[in-house]
Design a protein around this ligand. Structure first.
Ligand SMILES: [Mg+2]
Length: 383
């Protein structure tokens, strides 16, 4: 089999959200978002099989990549990952303009070639994976508590809240209200978003991060994500040593070596691989990081981005998560914040949306490849 072409399919018409949405990590610099977009990479072969992955590539990088991949056998995905993504550092293709989407599209071809979902080729461990509901906006304690109870009634068993309100002490009232409302058997995660870079962001010094960590630990928080910038290995390590809850992060980590350092140094207990933001990760790298964590007695919780690419991103992340047991990968991120972020706005690009059940888990998509099919009818509306 040979690759004949690579394309990037982007929306030309905006995806309009039912209500404006302002994620905590962009505040206060960015206006509430009223629209979203998507970008998909498709890889075509001489056998009529097409692989799909979530991701962006500029015209220049797309042409460069065609030079490498046209004529290449897509079943040699590990060779592509080793030589082009890992060792050469992706030749400067970074961030969300990522080779992770290319790696994912190659795995999609591998699965479609043999008619199986990828996790069954890699060695399946489970068919359902627990999700945590990721919220993104800053609301009042009462609003968060009400929302958490509603998710719990739908079956969710874990929820993530954002911190860093202007007065950091106000964050605790939100966590306390949600804990009081949902009781002890729903896990609460919090995200400090301290690895973000909005120009007016008031980053916490280590002293506040430590104060917060101790207070959150007393509220039985499951993990504290990005309490400090990712490069502050020493500060993260001090936090991880000071509390019982897990310290997590890594959505912006770029390669397996950075993840290995974060884990081996003791800076993080849980790493959050992202198959597209981590430009040198992809599904291949995410699987490797899961095994590094496994060998160290640590954990991975895949980071899955917001937006209409979500369905593809989630499907691919689940194919990897399903190859390891729950103690290695206890959750996959599932963003849900109605009325803006719903199944309708986040998963319309795939034919069958991935929904969590009363057990708080999602099924691993079972179609060949990454497990889902593009809804061509809906896609067309945005081209
Ligand atoms: Mg985060």
């Amino acid at each position: 089999m040979k690759i004949t072409d690579i394309k990037v399919v982007r929306n030309r018409k905006p995806v309009i959200l039912p209500e404006a949405w302002q994620p905590a990590w962009q505040m206060p610099d960015v206006e509430p978002r009223k629209t979203m977009g998507f970008s998909i990479i498709t890889i075509h072969t001489d056998e009529g099989i097409t692989g799909v992955g979530p991701g962006r590539l500029s015209e220049t990088n797309l042409e460069r990549l065609k030079g490498v991949l046209v004529g290449f056998d897509p079943l040699y995905v590990e060779a592509f990952w080793q030589n082009y993504i890992c060792q050469s550092g992706g030749r400067g293709i970074t961030g969300r303009e990522s080779l992770g989407g290319v790696d994912t599209a190659l795995w999609d071809i591998v699965g479609k070639t043999v008619g199986k979902p990828v996790y069954k080729l890699l060695g399946a461990y489970r068919d359902r994976v627990p999700v945590y509901i990721a919220t993104a906006q800053l609301h009042s304690p009462e609003e968060h508590a009400k929302e958490a109870v509603a998710f719990r009634e739908q079956g969710a068993r874990a929820i993530k809240l954002r911190l860093h309100r202007p007065n950091y002490k106000d964050d605790l009232a939100v966590v306390q209200a949600v804990r009081d409302a949902v009781g002890p058997d729903m896990n609460i995660m919090v995200d400090g978003n301290q690895n973000n870079w909005s120009p007016s962001y008031k980053h916490w010094p280590r002293r506040i991060a430590m104060w917060m960590a101790k207070k959150l630990d007393a509220l039985d928080v499951y993990y504290f994500e990005d309490p400090l910038p990712l490069r502050d290995l020493e500060g993260l390590k001090q936090l991880a040593n000071a509390v019982d809850m897990y310290i997590s992060g890594g959505e912006h980590a770029q390669d397996i070596f950075q993840f290995a350092s974060l884990l081996v140094s003791g800076a993080l207990d849980i790493v959050e691989t992202d198959i597209t933001i981590g430009s040198r990760i992809g599904m291949t790298g995410a699987k490797k990081v899961a095994h590094i964590a496994e060998a160290l007695g640590k954990r991975v919780v895949p980071h899955v981005t917001t937006g209409p690419n979500k369905g593809l991103h989630l499907a691919a992340s689940l194919q990897v998560a399903a190859t390891v047991p729950e103690w290695v990968c206890p959750y996959v991120e599932y963003i849900r914040e109605p009325p803006a972020l719903t199944v309708e706005t986040q998963q319309f690009l795939i034919k069958e949306p991935i929904l969590f059940g009363k057990d708080g888990c999602v099924p691993v998509p079972q179609k060949p490849g990454i497990g889902v099919e593009i809804n061509e009818e809906t896609l067309k509306k945005y081209l």
